[in-house]
Write a protein that binds this ligand. Structure first.
Ligand SMILES: *Cc1c(COP(=O)(O)O)cnc(C)c1O
Length: 373
């Protein structure tokens, strides 16, 4: 019986170990860990990769979102629209600033914010909107952009799961006023710890962000703003410079894996039991997650666990139903699509080094389950 891990970062590490260790050693030899030339280099490399004039390295994807909201001037009592079907920090950062997350349900096909539902949620207190490019594909940015322009909203893209993804040829994180990325180790471009990045087209916003990430100071011990301490480590920058060279080939492997899953699930006649992930027209999906919707999901999970097949549920509880957001006053039933997805979604192993035999094994195991269920 072959077990299949959900994610195995060691395989990638072994492949690039000499280059990575040399990069880490160079930083240690210099004993210069905070900001400096490597951070500037990776900021420039990522700005060029993404096709955006400015990129600012910060301490995490969550801080990228927080700092983008701070740079947008979001204040206590403001409303920020986003989806309830995302990682917690998308909404958590809004609350951090004593602003109010206003949730908008998603499209069941792409798991991303449904533009049709935005206008009905807008009030005069709305300041910004955070579409999330969930699982590795872009939200419908044209329609979101049109609404935002009409209603004077700042657009902050949560592109933490979508580095390298594009829509009509334009990269995720370059559509809005700000794009936010995470280098959490399991992301498509992962560091050896926490890290993040903010992109912007505005030189003024860039200058503000450079200050906000160092306590709001533009020169030592002079503070124009009240900022935070949130910098990308030189060590992370050095590792990311190595890994960025491989990002496109790793994303291509994820896409090939997704294609093979789609083909095998279809050949196994399982399309009446599971719904395959869809890629919206114009999108290039980078499959941070390969997420199906499965009948009898919880029973299937128990079977996969027994058989040693890695899997995860992103996300089991939509944010409007989280304990900490009870005070917002949302009820069960308020966001039916997100709630249904929370019950049906199942993410399968998709990492670049996955072998064909492993993918075959995952599909066969799922087929076995549905033969008797
Ligand atoms: C990973 C992630 C974040 C947060 O990134 P961290 O680097 O872990 O702080 C935010 N939003 C989404 C959608 C994510 O997947």
């Amino acid at each position: 019986m072959m077990s299949v891990p959900f994610l195995d970062l060691k395989l990638q590490y072994h492949h690039i170990k000499p280059e990575m260790m040399a990069a880490i050693q160079a930083v240690c030899d210099e004993q210069a860990f905070i900001l400096g030339p490597r951070v500037e280099q990776v900021e420039q490399a990522l700005a060029a990769y993404l096709g955006c004039p400015y990129a600012i390295g910060v301490a995490s994807g969550s801080d990228a979102l927080l700092l983008a909201l701070m740079a947008s001037g979001v204040r206590p009592g403001d409303e920020v629209l986003t989806t309830p079907f995302t990682f917690f920090s998308t909404a958590g950062v809004i609350s951090r600033l004593q602003a109010t997350p206003v949730f908008v349900d998603i499209s069941p096909d792409t798991f991303t914010l449904n533009p049709d539902l935005v206008e009905s949620r807008l009030t005069s207190r709305a300041r910004a909107i955070i579409p999330v490019h969930l699982f590795g594909q872009c939200a419908e940015m044209e329609r979101i952009g049109t609404i935002a322009r009409k209603r004077g909203l700042i657009v902050i893209e949560d592109a933490c799961q979508a580095i390298g993804a594009s829509r009509h040829g334009q990269k995720a994180g370059t559509f809005g006023d700000f794009g936010c990325f995470s280098f959490f180790p399991s992301k498509n471009l992962g560091g050896i710890g926490d890290g993040g990045l903010i992109t912007t087209h505005s030189a003024k916003a860039r200058d503000l962000l450079l200050a906000l990430r160092v306590h709001g100071s533009r020169s030592d011990y002079h503070h124009d703003h009240i900022g935070i301490n949130s910098r990308l480590d030189a060590l992370q920058a050095a590792v990311l410079l190595v890994k960025l060279r491989y990002l496109d080939s790793w994303n291509a492997r994820r896409q090939e894996n997704a294609c093979l899953y789609n083909q095998l699930f279809q050949e196994a006649g399982l399309l009446d039991r599971i719904i395959l992930p869809k890629t919206a027209p114009g999108n290039v999906h980078v499959f941070h997650q390969y997420t199906i919707r499965a009948a009898k999901r919880d029973q299937l999970m128990a079977y996969l666990k027994e058989q040693g097949i890695g899997h995860k549920v992103y996300y089991p509880v939509p944010l409007h139903l989280q304990e900490c957001y009870h005070f917002l006053g949302y009820q069960k039933g308020d966001f039916p699509v997100s709630e249904l997805m929370a019950q049906e979604v199942l993410s399968l192993p998709i990492f670049p080094e996955l072998t064909k035999a492993q993918i075959v094994r995952v599909v066969e195991t799922i087929a076995e389950f549905y033969r008797t269920n």
